[in-house]
Design a protein around this ligand. Sequence first.
Ligand SMILES: [Cu+2]
Length: 118
Amino acid sequence: MERAIPVTNTYMRFFLVLLLLTACRKQLATGVVDISVTEKGFEPARVDAAPGAPLTLRFTRKIKETCADAVDVEGDPVRHMLPVDVPVEIKVKAPPSGELAFACPMKMVNGAIVVVGH
Ligand SMILES: [Cu+2]
């Protein structure tokens, strides 16, 4: 079987590429993104997304004492109140490039959707 080795290499290359693509995609947020409000602030505070990706940010405030009892999303005039332990969904669209910031009303607790080019 002289062709055994080249075929194996082709398959290995194929799976390597597939693996890399999968690993790459995993880093980018899609669909619903859970963000908790904890003593550390927003967790995660950074959400990597593809350009223009439609996302639903689902904020859940886990602690009583925090200044992030509401969240403002860049470009969204509505202030979204965050009652304790109640998931609040906000639909957003990742910008073509750069960041889409979100923050508590006083802008002390910050986070952002960061567009990653792929
Ligand atoms: Cu604040």
